[in-house]
Write a protein that binds this ligand. Structure first.
Ligand code: ZN
Length: 189
């Protein structure tokens, strides 16, 4: 039985794609393919196997692929940590203890976007007032907009985080008070 393709994500050039698939043995994984320029190369050519991408679900396979395939985050419209302008955050009073590592996550219930300094587990609640912060102790944080309680056993950032917490540029565009200059961004609601 051949692999079943569950999802196909093509890059902006239309010449590369990632396949999320279910393998004949029931596990999930991904493959990367490119379209050859050579007229003799017809159709899609696989960029070598990813046999190690043996995942428990299609969701996990997609996360694995996002971590390994550079262009995929862009194709999925994900906002990467590298898009956060630290200077801009600091200029607005967002400095914390001097070893900040910022990331974004969103409330899966109402899609409100938050900034977190995961070095010290501090969540910034308000783009207009970066002094408004809260402790991000697992299980203790509830969305200030809708009350959704984040569970202690669910990572909200990083490669293990579920996609429901992942921020896309579309999420940012939906928020009114987002400030974006270049690729810089700050949270708002
Ligand atoms: Zn919420």
């Amino acid at each position: 039985m051949p692999d079943t393709v569950l999802r196909t994500i093509v890059d902006a050039t239309g010449k590369r794609r990632v396949l999320i698939l279910q393998r004949a043995n029931g596990t999930f994984g991904f493959e990367v393919e490119h379209r050859g320029d050579n007229p003799m190369e017809r159709g899609w050519i696989r960029d070598g196997q990813h046999p190690l991408s043996v995942c428990g679900s299609a969701e996990v396979a997609l996360r694995e692929a996002t971590g390994r395939v550079e262009w995929l985050a862009g194709a999925l419209d994900l906002v990467l940590e590298t898009a956060i302008d630290y200077d801009e955050v600091f200029r607005r009073g967002g400095r914390n203890l001097g070893d900040e590592d910022f990331a974004l996550f969103k409330c899966p219930s109402c899609a409100r976007v938050y900034l977190i300094d995961y070095e010290v587990d501090t969540i910034y609640l308000d783009a207009d007032d970066l002094s408004r912060r809260t402790d991000a102790s697992p299980g203790s944080f509830a969305c200030v907009a809708c009350g959704y309680t984040f569970r202690a056993d669910e990572p909200i950032i990083g490669p293990k985080a579920d996609r429901k917490f992942t921020v896309t540029w579309a999420d940012l565009a939906r928020t009114v008070r987002w400030s974006i200059s270049g690729v810089c961004l700050l949270i708002g609601d």
